[in-house]
Design a protein around this ligand. Structure first.
Ligand code: CA
Length: 227
């Protein structure tokens, strides 16, 4: 899962980015609405953390134009950060299409929890964690449950399986998976997705779920042909 943090205050941005990174998200930071728009043209994000007080165009204007736009980025969930006295901003933010807001100063734990909830709400509504057939990603204990077994996943294996579950039974392009596991600062080998998918396959073998390769395109999470 990949998060874009739009925040001009480098201190706040770093705290947020580090917290989300430690929670297993791939994070990118920009300092202005203009840079955020540029990033959204070429990159896929699963959520935006948006500070309202930005230099240049402010967060509310950015949010309004984001929601008016076409394509997948118009529907990206947005968590708004507002100043303590910004009640009007909060109301207006929600009216303009924010999905949730946090008032500064906030607890990092709360931010991470809200980000997880928002991503899950927009993906799957499975109770107790994101799941597909016999597999459940248990957010609380950060393990994969499969037929009574608990399987440890690395953060990147987790991110790949999570993305595949959110788009289960559809073909997921390989570059989307690469984006789901990488921030701009990370250097990731081009074959990283293949490597993580093959480790993931070994771990979920016998679970009734398979990651099928769709040649030249990507992968599809589906019911295994033979169990
Ligand atoms: Ca600010």
């Amino acid at each position: 899962m990949r998060v874009l943090v739009v925040e001009d205050d480098p201190l706040v941005a770093d705290v947020v980015a580090t917290g989300l990174h430690n929670a297993g998200f791939a994070v990118d930071q920009v300092r202005s609405a203009e840079s955020a728009e540029t990033a959204l043209v070429t990159e896929h994000f699963d959520l935006i953390v948006l500070d309202l007080g930005l230099p240049g165009r402010d967060g509310l204007q950015f949010l309004a134009s984001l929601r008016r736009g076409a394509g997948e980025s118009a529907r990206v969930p947005v968590l708004v950060l507002t100043a303590r006295d910004g009640l009007d901003d909060r109301v207006e933010g929600l009216e303009r299409g924010a999905d949730d807001y946090l008032v500064k100063p906030f607890e990092l734990r709360e931010l991470v929890a809200r980000v997880r909830v928002l991503i899950r709400r927009t993906g799957s509504s499975a109770a107790g964690g994101l799941g597909f057939l016999g597999l459940v990603l248990d957010e609380a204990s950060r393990v994969l449950r499969a037929a009574g077994r608990s399987i440890e996943l690395t953060p990147r294996e987790w991110s790949i399986l999570e993305y595949l579950m959110l788009h289960a039974e559809t073909v997921v392009r390989k570059d989307k998976l690469l984006q789901a596991i990488s921030g701009w600062d990370d250097s990731i080998a081009p074959n990283a997705v293949e490597v993580y998918v093959s480790r993931l396959r070994a771990k979920i073998e016998g679970s009734g779920v398979a990651v099928r390769t769709v040649r030249g395109v990507g992968y599809r999470l589906e019911r295994a042909a033979f169990v």
